[in-house]
Design a protein around this ligand. Structure first.
Ligand code: GLU
Length: 507
């Protein structure tokens, strides 16, 4: 049987990075098994619909190179893939369940439901559910005479269809990650399957669509595990038990301290995004930052997410998408939640950054320079990137690591000046500048050799010359090799800075 999996987000806002991980694991599993990956939009709850969310989901996954075989944006032979466009499909299944005694019509008003809960609470009952204990006292097709039920439905009053959870039964769910999970039906409530607005609820639509779309594996977040027994019952009642997909509920993504689910607030507090792309909330106007705009590479984000819950079982940490597809297996997905580690995330980005060629990095850095009014030659920017790349995690950090490649320093590190700038430093700078002047070639080796000869000839120590030299060139106490900096700056700029430094006063 062809493996078919789906990612089934609800368009209620920006896609959380945990949702992206769910999509990624579905994709890896599908591709590993030569299967198909489907994007289904679960928009049955019209009250929570957020405009732009669907587009955002599609754009995010495209950016990450997580590709679908069928879906709302590309079509396929099991469409439509948006549940609101499948509205006409669900009612017949809800009614079939009623007819066969597995579901019933309920007419209770919100006030009556509230009164039931209140009464149970006051009586000290631990559960205030609509279930086998309470349904007998409510207004539904199990308690009202048949003609009254018919009359009510025909009159167009508000009603819902609820599942009739069987009493004293054990429901077993086999989960590929957790093994066998057994639940007593006494803890389940008679969930609404179909609403008065003509829409199914998530539970019914999800099961019907997974069946009709021939889904073989349901891979989703752990928060859906409590709903799985209800879904198993629906498959049974609808006579689809043989076609029931296998389940795998992925462990939660946890806050960096491991205490609870990773939230947008954690990201804001600790300075990392929890969304793939920037998101501008259409109602509040609030902007949430995304991985893309924060300078993460899509391959790095995939790599970060692959490791948040899965383990290759080897020492290797950097994996391309193809390698992940090759190695992925549900058996290597852990049971416990995975803590988000900000530094590790940055480390992954750094690994991808240093592996890029210098011209690519230069293209990424260029817009930041242009923002500062600097229009440098792309090959020069590439050399700068080459010199600085071991020190940055993101393209935007090139500037803070080496503004001196584009502007001569106007201030000099005070502590370094105090410690390293001596009375004889101006003279040494002039003497060395004269030596540099004689050079025809100004590459790394030539400059370094010239410098060493200069030390020997004049009996200067390294520290007499190198630290003051770094200061006049960069204004800083530390950075990449001074020889490398000089070879990038070139002869003219190097010599000019050695002669024209300002505001260095001898302490
Ligand atoms: N629509 C559900 C969600 O937003 C999908 C859960 C599932 O995959 O069954 O997460």
């Amino acid at each position: 049987m062809k493996v078919r999996v789906r990612f089934a987000p609800s368009p209620t806002g920006p896609l959380h990075i945990g949702g992206v991980r769910t999509a990624l694991y579905n994709y890896l599993f599908a591709k590993k098994n030569n299967g198909e990956f489907i994007l289904r939009i679960e928009d049955t709850d019209q009250t929570r619909y957020v405009p732009g969310a669907e587009k955002y989901i599609i754009e995010s996954l495209e950016w990450l190179n997580i590709k679908f075989d069928e879906g709302v944006h590309i079509g396929g032979s099991y469409g439509p893939y948006r549940q609101s466009e499948r509205k006409h499909i669900y009612k017949q299944y809800a009614e079939k369940l009623v007819k066969e005694g597995h579901a019933y019509y309920a007419f209770d008003t919100p006030e009556e439901l509230e009164a039931m809960r209140e009464k149970l609470k006051n009586a000290g009952s631990s559960s205030q559910q609509y279930d086998s204990q309470t349904r007998g006292n409510m207004k539904n097709s199990l308690t009202l005479p048949a003609d009254e039920v018919k009359k009510r439905i025909e009159s167009g009053v508000h009603y819902v269809i609820r599942i009739k959870i069987p009493e004293n039964t054990e429901v077993q769910v086999y989960d590929k990650i957790r093994g066998l999970v057994t639940v007593q039906t006494s803890i389940l409530d008679d969930k609404v399957l179909f609403k008065s607005d003509g829409m199914p609820t998530y539970h019914l639509a999800n099961v019907v669509d997974d069946y009709l779309m021939k889904i073989t594996h349901v891979i989703r977040g752990e928060e859906w595990l409590p709903s799985a027994p209800l879904h198993v019952l629906l498959y049974r009642f609808l006579g689809w038990e043989k076609e029931m997909p296998e389940f795998a509920h992925l462990p939660l993504l946890l806050k960096p301290d491991g205490k609870g689910k990773l939230s947008k607030r954690d990201g804001d507090k600790l300075g990392f995004p929890v969304f793939p792309l920037n998101w501008n909330d259409p109602t509040t106007g609030e902007l949430s930052s995304g991985y893309r705009e924060s300078g993460y590479f899509p391959e790095a984000v995939v790599n970060i997410l692959a490791f948040l819950g899965w383990n290759s079982g080897t020492e290797q940490e950097i994996f391309s998408m193809d390698e992940l597809i090759n190695l992925f297996s549900m058996e290597k997905v852990g049971k416990s939640g995975s803590k988000f580690d900000v530094n590790k995330a940055k480390w992954f980005n750094h690994q991808y950054l240093v592996a890029k060629d210098n011209l690519t990095l230069a293209e990424l850095y260029k817009p930041f320079l242009q923002e500062k009014g600097i229009n440098a030659d792309i090959n020069y920017i590439a050399e700068v990137c080459n010199t600085l790349k071991s020190r940055v995690n993101f393209a935007k950090e090139f500037w803070e690591q080496g503004p001196y490649f584009f502007i001569a320093p106007e201030e000099y590190d005070k502590t370094a000046v105090k410690k390293r700038w001596k009375e004889k430093s101006p003279e040494i700078m002039e003497m060395l500048a004269s030596e540099f002047e004689k050079l025809n070639l100004f590459d790394l080796t030539t400059v370094e050799e010239c410098f060493k000869e200069f030390l020997e000839k004049n009996n200067f120590s390294n520290s007499d010359v190198l630290a003051p030299l770094r200061l006049v060139l960069t204004g800083l106490a530390q950075g990449p090799s001074v020889f490398e900096i000089m070879s990038v700056l070139g002869k003219n700029k190097t010599i000019a800075r050695m002669r024209n430094y300002k505001s260095i006063t001898i302490s």
